[in-house]
Design a protein around this ligand. Structure first.
Ligand code: SF4
Length: 339
């Protein structure tokens, strides 16, 4: 057993929360409680759990439940699809597993509404399968203990944390290990104010040693993209050359050559829309460009002679850095526009 696991289980023996679904290892009770606990606090779940198992004492009772009775038992918990999935899964258990809750993580995963975390929680707590249950608490505790910097928001990080869980988990008592992680994560290793001084695993926690606990877990912030509205001038001279403009030496697409563009507000953009011969949307990491391609017949030649502007034929474009968005605009030019 890892030292981490030993320390954690010693602490759990004394400090575990007394919860009604922990009174025995009934897999049905563990299943119902785990589904209820998704997005809902423990204190809220307790009365719902007690009422639910009184209303539907067995998996067979749940499988035969009618919609109204089921909804009534779930009323106030929200995410009603969870309760419908419970009934579908209960029917699967009756027809495919003789009414007995399947005992392995893999079989549990085949049931409606049971994902990797819930399958591991049931399999380890009720059937002693050695499988780490990775939820938000486990991501947080494992990332801190091991200073693991993989982004927990990315699907590819899950196997990394499962691997850590497999290294740390107690082989003799995987169910208590998983429940202890849940308790540690919700009571001591909390997201914003971990109580490291009283934490039972602080002697083996790398984040505590390096005072970096608040840097973990890593999760990239979702960037809200800004919408930018642009008018691209489509200007042609008598030699079928198009007017291009080099962008400034800073910012997006710096130094590249595009049609002359100017930013407008959304209202002006919508007002000009009917004059456009084409429309392009281009997505950058932080920005969405909405561009209208508008033939500009009154463009002054003087402006075209500025150093950052050039008349270019389509063949000449190979000699200039031209971004993808510009090619999208070129594809929107009507054939009739060329002389
Ligand atoms: S020492 Fe601090 S950061 Fe490390 S597991 Fe404990 S509470 Fe979390």
């Amino acid at each position: 057993m890892s030292q981490f696991s030993q320390l954690l289980l010693n602490w759990y023996q004394i400090n575990q929360r007394s919860l009604p679904w922990r009174n025995d290892k009934n897999p049905y009770y563990i299943w119902i409680s785990e589904i209820m606990l998704q997005q809902t606090q423990v204190v809220t779940v307790i009365p719902y759990f007690l009422n639910f198992i009184e209303t539907f004492p067995t998996i067979a009772d749940l499988a035969q439940s009618n919609e109204n009775k089921l909804m009534k038992a779930w009323e106030g918990l929200g995410y009603y699809s969870r309760s419908r999935n419970l009934r579908v899964a209960a029917n699967q258990i009756v027809t495919e597993f003789d009414g007995e809750m399947p005992a392995t993580r893999n079989e549990l995963l085949a049931l409606k509404g049971i994902g990797p975390y819930t399958a591991s929680a049931i399999a380890s707590i009720a059937f002693n399968e050695v499988t780490p249950a990775i939820d938000g608490n486990a991501f947080r505790v494992f990332s801190r203990v091991m200073t693991e910097a993989s982004d927990i928001g990315e699907a590819k990080s899950r196997p990394i944390f499962e691997n850590i869980g497999n290294q740390l988990i107690s082989e003799s008592n995987p169910g208590d290990f998983n429940q202890a992680i849940m308790d540690l994560g919700s009571q001591i290793c909390t997201p914003k104010a971990p109580e490291c001084e009283i934490c039972p695993v602080n002697s083996v926690c790398l984040a505590f040693k390096s005072k970096t606990q608040l840097n973990f877990p890593k999760k990239a912030k979702k960037i809200k993209k800004k919408d930018i509205y642009l008018i691209a001038d489509l200007v042609m001279n008598d030699e079928n050359q198009l007017l291009f403009e080099q962008r400034a030496d800073v910012g997006v697409l710096k130094n590249m050559w595009l049609f002359p563009m100017r930013e407008v507000d959304k209202a002006e953009y919508l007002a000009i829309e009917k004059l456009a011969v084409g429309q392009v949307k281009h997505i950058f990491t932080h920005l969405n460009w909405h561009i209208l391609l508008v033939p500009e017949l009154s463009f002054r030649i003087a402006e075209a002679n500025e150093q950052t502007r050039k008349w270019l034929s389509l063949k000449a474009l190979n000699d200039y850095p031209i971004p993808t968005v510009q090619y999208k605009l070129i594809n929107k030019i009507p054939k009739s526009f060329f002389k």
